[in-house]
Write a protein that binds this ligand. Structure first.
Ligand code: HEM
Length: 468
């Protein structure tokens, strides 16, 4: 009762599926103009509600009525693939990320910096001749993978290339299955979930080989730590990684270690952290390349800080790079996703302040693009790339607000954002100091769209050694 207006359609069941997937931005903007928000559309046989700038904050605030995890569970049914359902433990994962990763940046700083540099040096190195790098997103996933592998499994395990590779490609290998359009939902809403998980249930599991690598490498480490704890007792010095943290939980049984459980816990961190941070890094690099008017200012700031700290950057020094911080925030604002954190109604119903009511189970899509380019906040030219607009406002790239939705919002806003922003800062800082970067064609690279989601350009980038 009192549902938002349903946008008219011609073909039953198919409804608005094609208009939505082929050009989400135009379609939703047209509906917003005609019906205001919220409004209902039919995608893959299912009624969904769309909210934009005005009602997204209401939805985010009502965290007791909505859950983004419920939508995620349907799109990417990790609970059917991993032995241990990560969604029931989401609060544990969020707390772990908040307290053990983002909350310990000072402690992790040196190794994050070392790991970011490691992959940059390995792939690009001294670069005395120009070097072309293909598949930038894959490259930046590897940069992130080295660092997250270290934080998750420790220094020793992250020395192994097979571990870093498993971290880097696990999400990609899985996404190949999950990014199939949910055509089976035309028959029944649950059918898509079961169809995409069938290959996994019948033994084909593209992540099994990666989990095997993780288990092989973690086993000797865990066994050694258990041994050391027995020998050293109170003088045992715990390592600063998630493996140690998981081993310190009250339900960890050192006499019969559940390695599948440990690798499932880590696999979830990989899903949450690698593709997201890797994609943002790729976007950042392309935004840098596409905005040559900022090169000098960014370089000057980086080299001044580099001189001030004698080449030994600390977290405090990193926080002084306010132009870089603003550039990163602007890059995030231009990520290009139309929808960021759709939510499902988890209570009997939810009523928006204008009286429109949506029932339990309804998916509500957040047309975040409307907020990220809000003219009242970012000016009439809100769509242009304004790299240093946040310098005077003194807002960090991880600070969420009601128009800056790249990390979601409210109680469930991304707890890994502080870490992700730091990795991005360190990455571009070191790139700035050492290289010139440009596209092969000389054109400004463009992202492509997969329905409402953006994908970084596939264009190669040329790295050249910066001359003093
Ligand atoms: C640039 C990189 C990242 C982006 C853009 C990003 C984005 C997001 C978004 C949009 C959400 C949903 C928020 C909501 O429901 O309102 C989320 C949740 C989450 N993210 Fe991130 N994320 C990033 C990096 C990371 C990293 C590095 C980690 C951990 C290593 C992480 C761990 C999580 C977890 C555990 C949640 C669930 C929080 C909860 O439900 O309470 N994220 N992230």
């Amino acid at each position: 009762k009192n549902e938002p207006p349903l946008v008219p359609y011609t073909v039953p069941v198919i409804g608005h599926t094609f208009s939505y997937f082929l050009n989400t931005e135009n379609f939703i903007k047209k509906c917003l103009k005609e019906y205001g928000e919220p409004f209902n559309i039919i995608i893959f046989g299912k009624v969904v509600t769309v909210v934009a700038q005005k009602y997204i904050p209401e939805m985010i605030k009502a965290h007791e009525n909505f859950s983004s995890i419920e939508v995620f569970r349907e799109l990417i049914p990790l609970h059917l693939i991993l032995g241990h359902d990560p969604f029931v433990n989401i609060d544990f994962h969020a707390k772990t990320t908040r307290e053990q990763i983002s909350g310990k940046l000072t402690l992790h700083f040196d190794r994050i910096q070392k790991d970011v540099l490691y992959y940059l040096d390995k792939q690009i190195g001294e670069c005395n001749k120009p070097k072309s790098v293909k598949e930038i997103w894959d490259f930046t996933n590897h940069v992130t993978a080295k660092s997250i592998a270290n934080i998750c499994m420790g220094e020793e395990a992250s020395q192994h290339d097979d571990v870093v590779h498993a971290f880097a490609v696990l999400t990609d290998d899985m996404n190949k299955f999950f990014f199939l359009p949910p055509i089976f939902s035309f028959i029944h809403p649950k059918l898509h979930e079961y169809v995409i998980s069938l290959p996994f249930l019948f033994g084909f599991n593209p992540i099994a080989k990666h989990q095997k690598v993780l288990i092989n490498r973690m086993k000797p480490i865990v066994e050694n730590r258990i041994q050391q704890k027995k020998i050293l007792g109170d003088s045992y010095e715990p390592s600063n990684d998630l493996l140690e943290f998981y081993m310190s939980q009250s339900d960890f049984d050192s006499s019969s270690v559940d390695y599948n459980c440990l690798s499932d816990l880590i696999a979830f961190m990989i899903f949450a952290g690698i593709g997201t941070t890797g994609r943002s890094l790729a976007n950042l690099l392309f935004d840098y390349v596409g905005n040559p008017q900022c090169w000098d200012e960014l370089y000057e700031e980086a080299s001044t800080i580099n001189k001030e700290c004698n080449g030994k950057l600390t977290l405090n020094d990193a926080n002084k790079m306010i132009k870089l911080e603003s550039f990163i925030r602007e890059s995030f604002r231009h990520t290009g996703d139309m929808i960021i954190a759709p939510r499902a109604v988890t209570t009997d119903h939810f009523t928006f302040s204008n009286g429109f009511t949506v029932p339990k189970g309804r998916h509500v899509l957040d047309f975040s693009e409307d907020s990220l380019f809000s003219e009242s906040v970012y000016g009439p030219d809100s769509k242009s790339f304004k790299p240093f607009q946040f310098v005077s406002k003194n807002v960090s790239a991880s600070k969420i607000d009601k128009t800056y939705l790249v990390f979601g919002g409210g109680r469930h806003a991304c707890p890994g954002r502080f870490y992700a922003v730091l990795v991005m800062k360190l990455f571009l800082y070191h790139v700035l100091l050492k290289y010139h970067v440009r596209t092969e064609s000389g054109n400004i690279p463009k992202k492509s769209m997969m329905g409402p989601f953006s994908v970084p350009s596939k264009e190669s980038l040329i790295f050249e050694r910066r001359k003093e």
